[in-house]
Design a protein around this ligand. Structure first.
Ligand code: 6YU
Length: 500
């Protein structure tokens, strides 16, 4: 302890920067970031004549209750229209309906009536999962199994010929793939039904950052004293419950020693760990010495962390109608009631849900942004740019029924699964886990609150926020939470004019 503790933060993503922004107790603060840049899963890159968001894309629910919205507004990073009262009140429930066109795999545009009425069926079914929150006795363990059972019951009651019914099933199957992107999972069969609706949506029409999402971490970083963040500093091991002394200072003892890959070591009273759940899954056994208590290790094992990637394609000329914000893809012979293909090499591209157009992403130029989740997405990461580009050119030619469609001029993709310091995209509550595992993950160490050296290791990051996991606002709030935990310990109360 002491009156001015030393605090280390592992990572420099939004959770870490949020913690740094809020910490008033620290006498000495350092962030150790493995990568050559801050921002973590917020990553804006130049592409085409504009920008591409390789990580977080939208502010989900931009309204007063969203701290990312409040910060971004204060920093002047948003389009003025995003802050309008009217936009803040939109209740999209996380599923905004964008003007869209839906291509069938036979090269035809599907009837908007059929597509919209089928989407409505899916969205009603999704909403009906709300009743299972905190219910005992569930009709199925997973969201996917529940939805499929409901669809199997409904399908015989649909009007229309066999072709129309099959098409409806195919559209529903596309809805499942979109839902996999939203949850960041391979299959909705992996997502637990009971806790599914513990994830909370905020009001507001999802908006983007006209100058790039990275503007947010950049601003937070520049508000910190110079030298606070050390880049290219991957942490190898966190030693806790120790008695470490600095060379030449035998007086002061520290319980924590953080050892980096390059051999450097840092002593501290407290360390806030913000590394992604994907990294913890791979590395927690040797990352912490002594190892984590069993309850926390169990939470790390059983919570879900899957992959959602983006593929940006730049075209010489747009082939799409500029009014559409979403180009959707439906594989007409698929159905949620049939077994999905496991031949990744032959079929990976069928998991792509379609593309968001440049309209939705101002200043992008003639760019489409495709989304793809799951094992197919992980397989895509192993292919070369040229292979992905040629496969998607073939797919787009088939969908548009235009064999002459010019190939994209360039491609840029995210590869979040093979990124060593992320190992996936974001967390979800998997079958076999619940919100209590999220809380267990967030619990500081040592577990014994009466330990004379409390709060040695604290945990932040999107995966530690029980209702806003998988988002930037969840990450930011988790960082603030852990900073306040330390502020409270040292009685560092709010200043009269609070920081954001
Ligand atoms: C959002 C969105 N969005 C798309 C894609 C992705 C994510 N998210 P960080 O990883 O940022 O920081 C940790 C740091 O630690 C990092 O810098 C590492 O390098 C470092 N590190 C690791 N190991 C280290 C070591 N050993 N030593 C030192 N440093 C180390 N969120 O609000 N809107 O549109 C999207 C999207 C492709 C990948 C997103 C979105 C998620 C956010 O990006 C993410 O949560 C935060 O940035 C994480 O911040 P952090 O600080 O915790 O970690 C019902 C229901 C369903 C629930 N889901 C519904 C919501 C849907 C979420 N949607 C996301 C969608 C998109 C498109």
């Amino acid at each position: 302890g002491g009156s001015s503790p030393r605090v280390l933060v592992v990572g420099a993503g939004l959770a870490a920067l949020g913690a740094a922004q809020r910490l008033r107790a620290a006498g000495h603060l350092r962030l150790l970031e493995a990568r050559a840049r801050a921002g973590g899963r917020i990553c804006t890159r130049p592409f085409g004549s504009g920008l591409a968001e390789l990580g977080a894309h939208w502010i989900h629910g931009p309204s007063e209750g969203n701290p990312v919205f409040r910060l971004a507004s204060r920093y002047g990073l948003l389009d003025p229209s995003a802050a309008e009262e009217e936009n803040q009140q939109v209740e999209a429930g996380g599923h905004p309906l964008l003007p869209s066109v839906t291509y069938g795999s036979s090269g035809k545009v599907l009837s908007p009536e059929l597509v919209n009425s089928t989407r409505a069926i899916f969205s009603n079914l999704l909403d009906s999962t709300r009743v299972f929150l905190h219910a005992d006795g569930l009709p199925a363990p997973s969201v996917g199994q529940y939805l499929r059972a409901e669809i199997a019951q409904l399908a015989p009651t649909w009007e229309g010929d066999e072709n129309t019914k099959q098409l409806r099933l195919a559209i529903l199957n596309a809805c499942f793939k979109l839902e996999c992107c939203i949850s960041g999972t391979h299959s909705m069969d992996l997502v637990a039904l009971g806790p599914f609706r513990e994830y909370t949506t905020l009001p507001g029409l999802d908006c983007t950052f006209p100058g790039g999402y990275s503007g947010l971490p950049d601003r937070m970083l520049s508000a910190l004293p110079e030298g606070t963040v050390l880049l290219n500093k991957p942490v190898r091991t966190i030693w806790w419950q120790g008695s470490f002394r600095e060379d030449g200072d035998m007086e002061k003892e520290f319980p924590v020693r953080v050892e980096c890959e390059d051999g450097d070591s840092f002593l501290a009273d407290h360390v806030i760990v913000t590394v992604p759940l994907g990294f913890l899954k791979e590395r927690h056994q040797d990352f912490f010495q002594p190892p984590l208590p069993e309850r926390k290790a169990e939470a790390i094992r059983c919570l879900g962390f899957g992959t959602n990637n983006k593929i940006f394609l730049e075209f010489e000329q747009p082939f799409w109608d500029p009014d559409y914000q979403l180009l959707e893809v439906v594989w007409e012979d698929e159905s949620p009631l049939a077994e999905p293909s496991t031949d990744l090499e032959a079929n990976w591209f069928k998991k792509l849900i379609g593309f968001v157009t440049s309209l939705f992403l101002p200043r992008y130029g003639h760019v489409l942004c495709g989304f793809i989740a799951g094992k197919e997405s992980e397989y895509m990461e192993t292919l070369s740019d040229a292979e992905v580009l040629s496969t998607l050119t073939r797919v787009l030619r088939m969908l548009t029924g235009n064999p002459q469609l010019p190939a994209p001029r360039s491609i840029l993709r995210s590869r979040w699964h093979s990124a060593p310091y992320t190992q996936g995209s974001y967390s979800y509550v998997a079958v076999g886990s619940s919100g209590e595992d999220i809380d267990a993950l967030a619990q500081p160490l040592p577990e014994d609150a009466s330990d004379p050296r409390p709060l040695q290791v604290l945990f932040a990051g999107e995966a530690t926020h029980r209702t806003f996991y998988s988002t930037t606002h969840g990450a930011l709030l988790s960082g603030w939470r852990e900073a306040e935990r330390l502020n409270d310990l040292y009685g560092a109360t709010e200043p009269p004019c609070p920081t954001p």
